[in-house]
Design a protein around this ligand. Sequence first.
Ligand code: SAH
Length: 237
Amino acid sequence: MQHTTETDDHFAGARAGMLKEIAQEAAEAAGWTGRSKLRAEVLEAVGRVPRERFIAAGEAAEAYRNRPLPIGCAQTISQPFIVALMSDLCGAGPGKRILEIGTGCGYQAAVLAELGAEVWSIESLPELYEGARTRLRNLKYRQIHLRLGDGTRGWPEAAPFHGIIVTAAAARRVPPALIDQLAAGGALVCPVAEGGSLGSLLGTPTQRLYLIQKDVHGVVSSRDVLPVAFVPLVEGS
Ligand code: SAH
């Protein structure tokens, strides 16, 4: 699937520059993540998504900077490196079933779809849900299913999933329903706030990105991947 067209060719240079920065940051973060390179397919998928179509028209010039951007409703689209890293960690690829919590503008979902995955994505804010629905439909991403609601309950009718991505930070723990809905052999990626850390006591809370894996026997293990900064996951609404 190729969504970038001749009309957005003037972004081609910026897009290539962003991919370079993502690769560089992956190398720099290797001490944390344990891997210096992202899968080549992930970078290719990121390179096919027209990021300028996911943000406010006035921000288009910023679209390919490797940094988060506002998407309305006080929410942000993650930094492209983080989008790429999470896409890689959750194992998205052809034929994989991936659940995303926090559709936002739909950019992360589009990257997962470009990797060949079938995507189920849940957003709790109606305005963002509607915006993502229109945008992803216009871009003809047919293998993305969207739902308006509380993502902490997951999407039981479509479970189990090979991979789950939570793109907002849980306050204390990974929502248990999501772990239940992860297939054996699957991977779940979720930022969790570090309650009680020095940062949180001083008013600058820190978060860690966790990789939760379920082995073929259903045994769950978790690993701390990277310090991150996400908007909060709304829980128990
Ligand atoms: N992945 C998004 C960025 C997400 S920002 C993108 O690519 O644009 C985090 C999103 O999570 C916000 O849109 C926020 O409204 C949503 N969110 C927060 N708590 C949620 C919940 N419990 N269920 C579903 N969505 C939630």
